[in-house]
Design a protein around this ligand. Structure first.
Ligand SMILES: *Cc1c(COP(=O)(O)O)cnc(C)c1O
Length: 394
């Protein structure tokens, strides 16, 4: 998964272009920048790779989600459907928008279950934010069909799934907008950074405005001449971070190729192990292969397997009691512990987050383990890992 494993001269060269000019900023300083527009170049390349019409970079994946929600008009009192297995940023971005996260179960894809959406829709539902977890896809065609039928905004959190596809189309291109993260552990890293892709020019324009204090960017080289058609904030990406990302983006095909090869070898070996089954992949060919996720028959067996895998030198994530990625341990959500009160906290119909129980998700996550697929594994590392897995689970 992590692009940081392949940090090399390509990234250094891109960063040096910026350092030589001293123009560390994406906007302005036209005379001094010696023709370098790393953020702009990154955006063009990201749109080109994903086949999206437009792309805008932000300072993080979280900022990208906040920006995309704002650009889609999601705000105070709107309900937004999200899954309980994701990184906390997904629901935090919804709360940041003044909207209300509504949690809906995941299925065997480890992503939002389209069959559970109908029951969660109310007159206030405005958007659905599926999260393509661990490098692969939700049942995005069915989720899209549901959103289209109900007139809901579809916004994809593809932060963990750059380069993954569903039937040939890149994840992030199915709804109004898609978001990526380029943080320290993602497929491509900028250090910190995020990106939005969209096919809707108006959404793109609003994203570019919102992430830069509402600037219309029509004032030419003089930023002081820009007008402010909307209110925004500062989620700009620095030119230095963009330069790193540009170097990394050129390696995306290679990253996915290595991951796919490594994952296939381990998965093949594991197919022989009694009781082990694998995450459902609606389109196996579109998997970016950052993780190998599998199910044990029972919670007890999964806990035991996690222990044995770690002892044998092949540690896997057991998400069920993980603080970052599963709703059970999100104490700030459960207690609605925020620095400042939100308007909707004054109303009585806030969901009971403290009492939230998602049985279908729990049943799946109790039995789920995920192995992160690394790029740096040698042939010997691979043999050792496969042996470790067989020793632990066989
Ligand atoms: C990493 C991540 C984010 C947030 O990205 P940052 O760049 O860390 O802000 C959002 N959603 C998911 C699913 C993520 O994994």
């Amino acid at each position: 998964m992590p692009g940081f494993e392949l940090f090399s001269d390509e990234e250094r060269k891109q960063v040096n272009d910026v350092l030589k000019t001293g123009v560390l900023f994406r906007y302005g300083f036209e005379g001094a920048r010696n023709g370098h527009f790393k953020a702009l170049e990154f955006e063009k390349k990201l749109a080109q790779i994903t086949g999206a019409g437009f792309s805008h970079l932000c300072s993080s994946g979280t900022a990208a989600l906040c920006t995309a929600l704002a650009a889609c008009g999601i705000g105070a009192g709107d309900e937004v459907i999200v899954p309980p297995f994701t990184f906390v940023a997904t629901f935090e971005a919804v709360i940041q928008a003044g909207a209300i996260p509504v949690f809906v179960d995941i299925d065997q894809t480890l992503c939002l279950d389209p069959d559970r959406l109908e029951a969660a829709v109310t007159p206030r539902t405005k958007a659905v934010v599926p999260v393509h977890m661990c490098g692969a896809m939700a049942r995005i065609d069915e989720i899209k069909a549901f959103c289209d039928k109900k007139g809901l905004v579809l916004l994809e959190d593809a932060c963990q799934s750059l380069g993954a596809r569903f039937r040939g189309s890149h994840l992030g291109t199915f709804g109004k907008a898609g978001c990526f993260s380029f943080d320290s552990v993602k497929t491509v890293t900028c250090g910190e950074g995020g990106g939005i892709i969209t096919n809707d020019q108006n959404i793109y324009t609003r994203c570019a405005q919102y992430a830069d204090h509402g600037h219309d960017h029509l004032g030419g080289p003089d930023r002081g001449a820009d007008d402010h058609p909307i209110m925004g904030t500062n989620y700009r990406l620095s030119e230095l971070n963009a330069a790193v990302g540009l170097g990394q983006l050129g390696k995306l095909d290679r990253i996915i190729e290595i991951q796919t090869k490594n994952k296939a070898a381990i998965k093949d070996a594991m197919k022989k192990i009694d009781g082990v089954t694998f995450r459902a992949l609606p389109d196996p060919d579109g998997d970016s292969a950052t993780f190998l996720s599998f199910f044990m028959p029972t919670q007890g067996q999964a806990e035991q397997a996690a222990k044995k895998l770690a002892e044998n030198g092949a540690p896997c994530a057991y998400w069920y009691n993980n603080n970052w990625h599963y709703y059970k341990e999100w104490h700030h959500l459960k207690g609605m512990k925020r620095a400042a009160r939100l308007p909707f906290e004054l109303s009585s119909d806030l969901p009971d987050y403290a009492g939230l129980v998602l049985e279908q998700s729990d049943d799946i996550m109790k039995r789920t383990l995920s192995m992160q697929i690394m790029l740096s594994w040698t042939a010997d590392d691979m043999d050792e890992r496969i042996q470790a897995v067989l020793n632990a689970l066989g």
